[in-house]
Design a protein around this ligand. Sequence first.
Ligand code: NI
Length: 262
Amino acid sequence: MEKIDYLVDTHAHLDMPPLNGEIDRVLDRAKINQVGQVISVGIDLDSSKEAVRIAAEYEPVFAAIGIHPHEAKNVQQEDFERLQGMASLQEVVAWGEIGLDFFKEYSPPDMQRRVFEEQLDLATRVGLPVIIHDRDAHDAVVEILGNYAGQGLKGVFHCFSGGMDLARKVLDLGLYISITGVVTFPKSRQLQDAVRYVPIDRLLVETDSPFLSPVPFRGKPNEPARVAIVAKTVAHLKDLSIQEVAHWTTANARALFGLPRI
Ligand code: NI
Protein backbone atom coordinates (compact mmCIF):
# COMPACT_ATOMS: atom_id res chain seq x y z
CA MET A 1 0.00 0.00 0.00
CA GLU A 2 1.46 3.32 -1.11
CA LYS A 3 1.97 5.70 1.76
CA ILE A 4 -0.26 8.78 1.55
CA ASP A 5 -0.22 10.84 4.71
CA TYR A 6 -1.97 14.03 3.72
CA LEU A 7 -5.62 14.99 3.31
CA VAL A 8 -7.43 16.64 0.41
CA ASP A 9 -10.19 19.16 1.09
CA THR A 10 -12.30 18.25 -1.93
CA HIS A 11 -14.73 21.16 -1.56
CA ALA A 12 -14.01 24.71 -0.40
CA HIS A 13 -14.97 28.15 -1.65
CA LEU A 14 -11.66 30.01 -1.47
CA ASP A 15 -13.12 32.89 -3.48
CA MET A 16 -15.55 33.76 -0.66
CA PRO A 17 -14.87 35.95 2.37
CA PRO A 18 -13.15 35.64 4.77
CA LEU A 19 -11.02 33.01 2.94
CA ASN A 20 -10.39 35.15 -0.15
CA GLY A 21 -8.64 37.82 1.90
CA GLU A 22 -6.02 35.51 3.37
CA ILE A 23 -5.46 32.59 1.02
CA ASP A 24 -1.72 32.36 1.87
CA ARG A 25 -2.43 31.99 5.58
CA VAL A 26 -5.38 29.65 4.97
CA LEU A 27 -3.12 27.33 2.94
CA ASP A 28 -0.34 27.57 5.57
CA ARG A 29 -2.75 26.50 8.31
CA ALA A 30 -4.03 23.72 6.05
CA LYS A 31 -0.49 22.43 5.52
CA ILE A 32 0.21 22.43 9.27
CA ASN A 33 -2.87 20.22 9.64
CA GLN A 34 -1.70 17.78 6.94
CA VAL A 35 -4.10 19.14 4.34
CA GLY A 36 -2.04 19.08 1.16
CA GLN A 37 -4.52 19.92 -1.61
CA VAL A 38 -7.77 21.89 -1.89
CA ILE A 39 -10.42 22.05 -4.61
CA SER A 40 -12.00 25.50 -4.86
CA VAL A 41 -15.54 25.13 -6.18
CA GLY A 42 -17.48 27.60 -8.30
CA ILE A 43 -21.17 28.45 -7.91
CA ASP A 44 -21.57 30.69 -10.96
CA LEU A 45 -19.51 31.94 -13.89
CA ASP A 46 -17.64 34.61 -11.89
CA SER A 47 -16.74 32.35 -8.95
CA SER A 48 -15.68 29.64 -11.40
CA LYS A 49 -13.30 32.09 -13.06
CA GLU A 50 -12.05 33.09 -9.61
CA ALA A 51 -11.48 29.43 -8.68
CA VAL A 52 -9.38 29.00 -11.83
CA ARG A 53 -7.41 32.15 -11.05
CA ILE A 54 -6.68 30.99 -7.49
CA ALA A 55 -5.72 27.51 -8.73
CA ALA A 56 -3.32 29.05 -11.26
CA GLU A 57 -1.66 31.09 -8.51
CA TYR A 58 -1.45 28.49 -5.73
CA GLU A 59 0.05 25.09 -6.42
CA PRO A 60 -2.03 23.12 -3.85
CA VAL A 61 -5.31 24.48 -5.24
CA PHE A 62 -7.42 23.03 -8.07
CA ALA A 63 -10.65 24.38 -9.54
CA ALA A 64 -14.17 23.13 -10.14
CA ILE A 65 -16.40 25.15 -12.46
CA GLY A 66 -20.18 25.20 -12.62
CA ILE A 67 -23.49 26.82 -11.79
CA HIS A 68 -25.12 26.08 -8.43
CA PRO A 69 -28.91 25.43 -8.41
CA HIS A 70 -29.44 28.65 -6.42
CA GLU A 71 -28.08 30.57 -9.41
CA ALA A 72 -30.11 28.72 -12.06
CA LYS A 73 -32.50 31.63 -12.57
CA ASN A 74 -29.63 33.98 -13.46
CA VAL A 75 -28.05 31.78 -16.12
CA GLN A 76 -27.55 33.00 -19.68
CA GLN A 77 -27.03 30.52 -22.50
CA GLU A 78 -23.56 31.94 -23.16
CA ASP A 79 -22.50 31.08 -19.59
CA PHE A 80 -22.55 27.40 -20.57
CA GLU A 81 -20.34 28.14 -23.57
CA ARG A 82 -17.88 30.06 -21.39
CA LEU A 83 -17.75 27.20 -18.87
CA GLN A 84 -17.22 24.71 -21.66
CA GLY A 85 -14.33 26.82 -22.86
CA MET A 86 -12.78 26.73 -19.38
CA ALA A 87 -13.26 22.98 -18.93
CA SER A 88 -10.05 22.03 -20.68
CA LEU A 89 -7.80 24.35 -18.61
CA GLN A 90 -5.24 22.36 -16.66
CA GLU A 91 -6.39 23.89 -13.33
CA VAL A 92 -9.92 22.51 -13.80
CA VAL A 93 -10.52 19.06 -12.27
CA ALA A 94 -14.32 18.92 -11.95
CA TRP A 95 -17.66 20.35 -13.03
CA GLY A 96 -19.58 21.70 -10.05
CA GLU A 97 -21.23 22.41 -7.96
CA ILE A 98 -24.39 21.49 -9.78
CA GLY A 99 -27.63 19.85 -8.73
CA LEU A 100 -30.99 20.60 -7.14
CA ASP A 101 -31.93 22.49 -3.97
CA PHE A 102 -35.60 22.14 -3.06
CA PHE A 103 -34.93 23.33 0.51
CA LYS A 104 -34.25 26.98 -0.23
CA GLU A 105 -35.68 26.95 -3.76
CA TYR A 106 -33.97 30.22 -4.71
CA SER A 107 -34.61 29.23 -8.32
CA PRO A 108 -37.78 27.52 -9.64
CA PRO A 109 -37.42 23.69 -9.68
CA ASP A 110 -37.97 23.41 -13.47
CA MET A 111 -35.20 25.88 -14.11
CA GLN A 112 -32.89 24.06 -11.68
CA ARG A 113 -33.50 20.79 -13.53
CA ARG A 114 -32.79 22.30 -16.92
CA VAL A 115 -29.52 23.90 -15.74
CA PHE A 116 -28.49 20.68 -13.98
CA GLU A 117 -29.12 18.51 -17.05
CA GLU A 118 -27.42 20.95 -19.39
CA GLN A 119 -24.28 20.80 -17.23
CA LEU A 120 -24.42 17.00 -16.90
CA ASP A 121 -24.49 16.84 -20.72
CA LEU A 122 -21.45 19.11 -20.92
CA ALA A 123 -19.48 17.43 -18.13
CA THR A 124 -19.96 13.94 -19.53
CA ARG A 125 -19.07 15.21 -23.00
CA VAL A 126 -15.77 16.75 -21.83
CA GLY A 127 -15.09 13.85 -19.44
CA LEU A 128 -14.98 15.81 -16.18
CA PRO A 129 -16.29 14.36 -12.89
CA VAL A 130 -19.27 16.22 -11.42
CA ILE A 131 -19.70 17.65 -7.91
CA ILE A 132 -23.35 17.22 -6.96
CA HIS A 133 -25.31 19.50 -4.62
CA ASP A 134 -28.50 17.79 -3.37
CA ARG A 135 -30.60 19.42 -0.69
CA ASP A 136 -34.07 17.99 -0.05
CA ALA A 137 -34.06 16.69 -3.63
CA HIS A 138 -32.75 13.14 -3.22
CA ASP A 139 -35.27 11.36 -5.45
CA ALA A 140 -35.11 13.88 -8.29
CA VAL A 141 -31.30 14.01 -8.26
CA VAL A 142 -30.95 10.22 -8.25
CA GLU A 143 -33.51 9.91 -11.06
CA ILE A 144 -31.73 12.46 -13.26
CA LEU A 145 -28.28 10.97 -12.60
CA GLY A 146 -29.66 7.52 -13.49
CA ASN A 147 -30.17 8.79 -17.05
CA TYR A 148 -26.42 9.44 -17.31
CA ALA A 149 -25.17 6.24 -15.72
CA GLY A 150 -24.37 4.61 -19.07
CA GLN A 151 -22.62 7.71 -20.39
CA GLY A 152 -19.40 7.70 -18.43
CA LEU A 153 -20.84 9.62 -15.49
CA LYS A 154 -18.38 9.99 -12.62
CA GLY A 155 -18.54 12.23 -9.62
CA VAL A 156 -19.36 12.81 -5.99
CA PHE A 157 -22.34 13.68 -3.82
CA HIS A 158 -20.89 16.66 -1.98
CA CYS A 159 -21.98 17.41 1.60
CA PHE A 160 -23.86 14.12 1.67
CA SER A 161 -27.01 14.65 3.74
CA GLY A 162 -28.86 11.35 3.46
CA GLY A 163 -28.88 8.07 5.30
CA MET A 164 -28.07 4.50 4.31
CA ASP A 165 -30.85 4.27 1.70
CA LEU A 166 -29.58 7.22 -0.29
CA ALA A 167 -25.98 6.08 0.20
CA ARG A 168 -26.83 2.72 -1.40
CA LYS A 169 -28.38 4.45 -4.44
CA VAL A 170 -25.38 6.77 -4.83
CA LEU A 171 -22.97 3.83 -4.63
CA ASP A 172 -25.07 1.95 -7.22
CA LEU A 173 -24.64 4.94 -9.56
CA GLY A 174 -20.88 4.47 -9.20
CA LEU A 175 -20.42 7.79 -7.43
CA TYR A 176 -18.39 8.81 -4.38
CA ILE A 177 -19.83 10.24 -1.16
CA SER A 178 -18.26 13.29 0.46
CA ILE A 179 -18.55 14.11 4.14
CA THR A 180 -18.43 17.59 5.77
CA GLY A 181 -18.20 18.82 9.36
CA VAL A 182 -21.95 18.18 9.67
CA VAL A 183 -20.89 14.66 10.67
CA THR A 184 -19.61 16.11 13.98
CA PHE A 185 -22.99 17.58 14.94
CA PRO A 186 -24.78 15.64 17.70
CA LYS A 187 -28.02 15.42 15.69
CA SER A 188 -26.36 13.81 12.64
CA ARG A 189 -27.11 10.19 13.61
CA GLN A 190 -28.47 9.20 10.22
CA LEU A 191 -25.41 10.65 8.50
CA GLN A 192 -23.09 8.92 10.98
CA ASP A 193 -24.82 5.60 10.18
CA ALA A 194 -24.27 6.27 6.48
CA VAL A 195 -20.55 6.91 7.10
CA ARG A 196 -20.30 3.55 8.89
CA TYR A 197 -22.07 1.90 5.96
CA VAL A 198 -20.17 3.37 2.99
CA PRO A 199 -16.96 1.48 2.08
CA ILE A 200 -13.84 3.58 2.75
CA ASP A 201 -12.81 3.28 -0.91
CA ARG A 202 -15.88 5.37 -1.84
CA LEU A 203 -15.58 8.19 0.72
CA LEU A 204 -14.18 11.69 0.33
CA VAL A 205 -13.79 14.44 2.93
CA GLU A 206 -14.38 18.18 2.54
CA THR A 207 -15.05 21.35 4.51
CA ASP A 208 -17.46 23.29 2.24
CA SER A 209 -15.66 26.23 3.86
CA PRO A 210 -16.37 29.01 4.73
CA PHE A 211 -19.56 27.16 5.73
CA LEU A 212 -20.28 24.20 8.04
CA SER A 213 -17.48 24.45 10.61
CA PRO A 214 -17.25 21.23 12.59
CA VAL A 215 -17.59 21.01 16.37
CA PRO A 216 -15.98 22.76 18.34
CA PHE A 217 -15.87 25.62 15.79
CA ARG A 218 -19.55 25.39 14.85
CA GLY A 219 -20.95 28.75 13.74
CA LYS A 220 -17.53 30.25 13.01
CA PRO A 221 -16.10 30.62 9.49
CA ASN A 222 -14.70 27.30 8.31
CA GLU A 223 -11.42 26.71 6.45
CA PRO A 224 -9.63 23.81 4.75
CA ALA A 225 -7.43 23.01 7.80
CA ARG A 226 -10.55 21.71 9.54
CA VAL A 227 -11.03 18.87 7.11
CA ALA A 228 -8.67 17.14 9.56
CA ILE A 229 -11.50 17.17 12.11
CA VAL A 230 -13.85 15.61 9.57
CA ALA A 231 -11.30 12.88 8.82
CA LYS A 232 -10.78 12.21 12.51
CA THR A 233 -14.54 11.84 13.01
CA VAL A 234 -14.80 9.47 10.03
CA ALA A 235 -11.91 7.42 11.46
CA HIS A 236 -13.68 7.19 14.82
CA LEU A 237 -17.01 6.14 13.25
CA LYS A 238 -15.39 3.49 11.04
CA ASP A 239 -12.95 2.28 13.68
CA LEU A 240 -9.99 3.08 11.40
CA SER A 241 -6.80 5.00 12.08
CA ILE A 242 -6.54 8.60 10.88
CA GLN A 243 -3.70 7.39 8.62
CA GLU A 244 -6.00 4.84 6.97
CA VAL A 245 -8.66 7.50 6.41
CA ALA A 246 -6.06 9.89 4.96
CA HIS A 247 -4.70 7.15 2.71
CA TRP A 248 -8.08 6.14 1.31
CA THR A 249 -9.84 9.47 1.02
CA THR A 250 -6.79 11.01 -0.68
CA ALA A 251 -6.37 8.01 -3.00
CA ASN A 252 -10.08 8.34 -3.85
CA ALA A 253 -9.77 12.07 -4.51
CA ARG A 254 -6.77 11.46 -6.75
CA ALA A 255 -8.60 8.72 -8.65
CA LEU A 256 -11.72 10.82 -9.16
CA PHE A 257 -10.18 14.22 -9.92
CA GLY A 258 -6.84 13.15 -11.37
CA LEU A 259 -4.90 15.18 -8.80
CA PRO A 260 -1.10 14.97 -9.03
CA ARG A 261 1.04 13.44 -6.30
CA ILE A 262 2.58 15.84 -3.81
NI1 NI B 1 -20.27 24.31 -1.62
